[in-house]
Ligand binder design. Structure first.
Ligand SMILES: Nc1nc2c(ncn2[C@@H]2O[C@H](COP(=O)(O)OP(=O)(O)O)[C@@H](O)[C@H]2O)c(=O)[nH]1
Ligand SMILES: [Mg+2]
Length: 199
């Protein structure tokens, strides 16, 4: 994918109305600190356009990045941050569910899982929400560079088993450090956009 322009076009809080975009949307979900902003930066060819944070749990908004005026990357609020109140957690859940349920231009949901960890209950809930809204999640196993090459196959198996997914579900190992996996994600997005253009 050739990135010509990127623009943080819309930031939605809990009470904002979702934008009525006319270009396809690709959403990124995952627990806070899993590497969503880092992935989105890599997919935008930018170093720090999407804010990355060492203090997790900060992003309580849905951020829409307009890419080349032809599609959107959608950064969903990170879940599972222990230090926020039950009410705030419930709000995040509502925002994400509302987005998944009411986004006619949403074409694909990527679910990010840290390759080093077994998926949490929140990850499984997110996976189920995506499915129950009619989408087949594509899993991105983040922070690939943190593992030795010899550990990767086993770690990917733990991710698959933890989510209870079969061989038909795509799992893409990714590193924001080395950019490994980026082409594969771009290819999926390109394919989806191109198939829409033919409709
Ligand atoms: N080594 C390594 N660190 C990463 C990677 N992706 C993200 N990080 C780090 O993990 C932390 C959280 O990343 P961020 O993108 O802000 O996560 P978000 O909360 O999901 O948006 C930051 O310190 C990043 O530098 C990766 O692929 N490799
Ligand atoms: Mg972030």
């Amino acid at each position: 994918m050739i990135i010509k322009t990127v623009d943080l076009e819309t930031v939605c809080g809990i009470t904002s109305k979702l934008p009525e975009n006319t270009k396809p949307e690709f959403a990124f979900a995952g627990k806070s600190n899993v590497g969503k902003s880092s992935l989105i930066n890599a997919l935008m060819n930018r170093k720090s356009f999407a804010r990355t944070s060492s203090s997790p749990g900060k992003t309580q908004t849905i951020n829409f990045y307009n890419i080349n005026d032809s599609l959107y990357y959608v950064d969903l609020p990170g879940y599972g941050y222990a230090k926020v109140s039950v009410e705030v957690k419930a709000k995040w859940g509502k925002m994400i569910e509302n987005y998944l349920h009411n986004s006619p231009m949403l074409k694909c949901v990527f679910l990010l899982i840290d390759i080093r960890h077994e998926p949490s209950d929140n990850d499984k809930t997110m996976y189920d929400w995506i499915i129950s809204n009619g989408y087949q999640p594509v899993i991105i196993a983040t922070k690939l560079d943190k593992l030795k090459r010899s550990q990767v196959a086993k770690a990917l198996k733990v991710v698959r088993t933890g989510l209870g997914i079969g061989a038909d579900v795509t799992v893409i190992p990714f590193s924001a450090e080395t950019k490994q996996g980026r082409e594969e994600i771009w290819d999926l997005i390109d394919e989806s956009v191109n198939s829409l253009d033919k409709e």
